[in-house]
Design a protein around this ligand. Structure first.
Ligand SMILES: [Fe+2]
Ligand SMILES: [Fe+2]
Length: 226
């Protein structure tokens, strides 16, 4: 299979056409969800990366992938929303309390080792958890039913609110990345601490995918539906 990646295309477009490319974007910390409208070439220049090498990485990732790449831009919107609910919303409802419990435990047991940073982490995480809970409810109760009943083209208002909330969640995830030293496990960390850092990293990865599917595929397709 030969694939063509055009460096002047936006990250969002490349991620939509080649979902496996998001592994490369995540590796280089390239924002393909909220800030995904910038061209790959521009992002590479900003980060001092050789765009041809990044294109090669993407091609390798796509060609070597054993998973089938689902083209959500070509799949019925109902199926895309079902996928978002099953793959992201449902698991998040279990994962957020699990991470919160681990975070509380780490703070109670090890808080004195790095009090300021761990307390900031507790606060940022709790706020994010509440935000995501409310946000998903709005999607489930208001936006997705509008799209399912053919009113997507009139959903400009709820969509702009959802995209603002995505930006806010993205900013909280950036803060969590900073507070965890980019998820590097401290040498004194116990098993719960290690599992927490791992879980927070996975939360970041899955939330970026989740936001990408909504911002870059679901929302524009819903708005242009008739
Ligand atoms: Fe969502
Ligand atoms: Fe969302």
């Amino acid at each position: 299979m030969s694939i063509a990646i055009i460096p002047s295309n936006s990250l969002a477009q490349i991620a939509t056409e080649h979902p496996m490319s998001t592994r490369v974007f995540a590796r280089h910390q390239m924002d393909f969800c909220c800030g995904g409208n910038l061209p790959l070439l521009e992002i590479c220049e900003k980060k001092g990366l050789d765009v041809l090498k990044v294109v090669e990485e993407i091609c390798n990732e796509v060609q070597n992938s054993k998973e089938e790449e689902v083209r959500w831009d070509q799949t019925p919107l109902d199926d895309l929303m079902d996928h978002i609910l099953a793959r992201y919303h449902q698991p998040l409802k279990e994962e957020l309390p699990r991470l919160e419990a681990m975070l509380d435990k780490v703070y109670q047991v090890h808080g004195e080792k790095d009090p300021e940073r761990l307390l900031s982490l507790v606060n940022v995480f709790r706020a994010l958890k509440e935000e995501l809970k409310d946000h998903m409810e709005k999607e489930e109760v208001i936006l997705f039913p509008m799209i399912r009943t053919g009113q997507g083209a009139m959903a400009g208002c709820p969509i702009s609110v959802m995209e603002m909330e995505h930006k806010s969640a993205g900013a909280s995830l950036c803060k969590i990345r900073q507070l965890t030293d980019e998820y590097q496990v401290p040498s004194q960390a116990c098993n719960t601490w290690r599992a927490l850092w791992h879980g927070l990293k996975e939360l970041e990865e899955s939330t970026h995918q989740h936001i990408h599917l909504e911002n870059n595929i679901l929302h524009p397709r819903a708005l242009s539906s008739s």
